[in-house]
Design a protein around this ligand. Structure first.
Ligand code: SF4
Ligand code: SF4
Ligand code: SF4
Length: 504
């Protein structure tokens, strides 16, 4: 109504707001000290902001069984405040449709259909529902105690790899500005925690590019199926296996960098340092909850030895650093160990949407033309748009590429491929909107787009500052092929670095 005056901070409004929060708390376990979300919970903050010291409403509380069925996500619906953010994320943004409200009134619960455990659903474990959940109702599976146990076991050698997106976000957990690159401090902290060697997933991202570019060229030269889709995101792969199983021959067969790292560590590295792979524990620090699930896929182990033993998220790493009493901000920068710690500018771009494509184009260009690529910056594939398209001239060939981030956008692209409406050579897909910088295991950023942009910018800055910016020029990758793998996309590379997909 015109001329209406609405007071949002009157005593009456403040009291009504407080009553609403009290009502939410009256049906809440109130076990904040033991909660995974302790000190990061929006409900806890709201209660503190509203100066709530006691709850006048008493009565029955909801009681639901905890869902601990998956490797990635725990559902503790006693802590759910029915805000439905996860429902919107899963249904409207990701278009996966796992979570929805079931029952009515006091018995309402957010659940998969038929109350199925998450592991039995088509959940991709992208973790985007966890990223938006304000309370401890949806959290990651916390593997930090497994890492502590491994570090405490004198019979084991424990090594760690850190994904590209971690270095652009970990600092936020220690009060640093979003976008502060903390690579050196992160390496120092991991050493202080007791890891025997600190390696870089970026090394394996370079390896992925060499294999992926070789596969693309093979498909181009041998009339293989196009477009070729990138395969480094396990959330996207599971989505694909459920919803587009008629197109199982189009994703690249390359394993993700995490898994390539594990396969190389348990073979090449184990041989080099003369250790039984059974006594080598490989820990991954990932921005991602789907990587926990990916590491547990049966095809990701050989002779009963998994390539990756434990996966923790950026958030879990920060908890370990705090638990150990390490003063993160005053650590001096340290370098990764070699041979699996050297990387190029191309590999760090894996952390953001468009980055895998840009890295692949840098290598594919030189493989195809046999000429030096002078300007390595492919601006057309950068930026936060959900779907990006570009045509890149390689020799006399127009290479059509597309990039999608967020599974809703991926669905649109895949449907156009299925209908034969588009003509792309290569497509990059990331399950999380914006890519891994916005992964489900990253510090909570409460949908702050500015934080996301700063994380992305940090990765492009890291790339620009590197002396070597093309994956195939990484000297340790060259050495790996010379000493162990033979040629790219060759027999041994296939055995260790490639995989197959399953109709689900
Ligand atoms: S992890 Fe992703 S796919 Fe699974 S329920 Fe959450 S938002 Fe949906
Ligand atoms: S986002 Fe969390 S609190 Fe909100 S409905 Fe989903 S599970 Fe419940
Ligand atoms: S985009 Fe990155 S963080 Fe998100 S599911 Fe894929 S690999 Fe994981």
């Amino acid at each position: 109504m015109n001329d209406m005056v609405i007071k949002t901070n009157s005593i009456k409004a403040i009291k009504a707001r407080r009553s609403m929060v009290e009502l939410l708390l009256s049906n809440h376990p109130q076990d904040c000290l033991l909660c995974e979300k302790n000190s990061e919970c929006e409900l806890q903050k709201l209660a503190a902001d509203m100066n709530i010291k006691s709850i006048k409403y008493t009565g029955e509380k909801s009681k639901f069984p905890k869902d601990t069925s998956s490797f990635s996500i725990i559902r503790d619906l006693d802590k759910c405040i029915l805000c439905r953010r996860c429902v919107t994320m899963c249904n409207e943004v990701q278009t996966v449709g796992v979570l929805s409200p079931v029952n009515r009134g006091f018995h309402t619960v957010i659940s998969p259909a038929f109350s199925s455990p998450m592991i039995e659903t088509n959940c991709t474990f992208c973790g985007q529902c966890v990223a938006v959940c304000p309370t401890g109702a949806l959290t990651e599976v916390n593997n930090t105690s497994k890492v502590w146990d491994a570090l405490d076991n004198k019979d084991k050698v424990v090594i760690v790899q850190t994904a590209p997106a971690i270095r652009a976000a970990l600092g936020e957990e220690f009060g640093l500005e979003p976008g502060t690159v903390v690579t050196g401090k992160m390496v120092a902290a991991l050493r202080a925690l007791g890891f025997n060697k600190v390696f870089d997933t970026d090394f394996a991202a370079d390896l992925t590019i060499v294999e992926e570019a070789s596969e693309l060229i093979y498909r181009l030269e041998h009339g293989g199926r196009l477009p070729m889709l990138t395969s480094c995101c396990p959330g996207w792969i599971k989505f694909f296996e459920h919803d587009f199983s008629d197109l199982l021959d189009i994703p690249s067969t390359c394993k993700s960098p995490q898994q390539m790292f594990g396969a190389i560590a348990k073979t090449y590295l184990a041989e080099k340092v003369e250790i039984d792979p059974k006594n080598l524990v490989v820990v991954s620090v990932m921005p991602c909850l789907a990587k926990k699930y990916e590491a547990a896929r049966p095809e990701m182990s050989r002779n009963g030895v998994p390539d990756i033993d434990i996966v923790i998220s950026t958030r879990e790493l920060s908890k370990m650093i705090k638990e150990a009493g390490i003063d993160f901000n005053s650590l001096d920068d340290e370098d990764f160990d070699n041979p699996l710690g050297e990387s190029t500018g191309a590999s760090v771009l894996f952390g953001t949407t468009g980055g895998v494509m840009e890295a692949a184009l840098r290598t594919a260009y030189e493989y195809i033309t046999k000429e030096e690529l002078k300007d390595v910056n492919f601006e057309a594939v950068r930026g936060l748009e959900g779907i990006k398209k570009a045509t890149v001239k390689i020799k006399d060939m127009d290479v059509n590429v597309a990039i999608a981030s967020g599974l809703g956008n991926a669905r649109k692209l895949l449907e156009s491929i299925r209908e034969g409406k588009v003509n792309y050579h290569m497509i990059e897909i990331m399950a999380c909107p914006g890519g891994c910088v916005d992964g489900g295991g990253q510090p909570y950023m409460h949908e702050n787009i500015d934080t996301l942009k700063k994380r992305m910018k940090a990765l492009y800055k890291e790339d620009a500052g590197k002396t070597i910016r093309k994956s195939h020029e990484n000297p340790f990758i060259k050495q790996l092929y010379e000493e162990f793998l033979g040629k790219p996309y060759g027999e041994k590379a296939h055995e260790l670095l490639h995989t197959t997909y399953t109709k689900r």
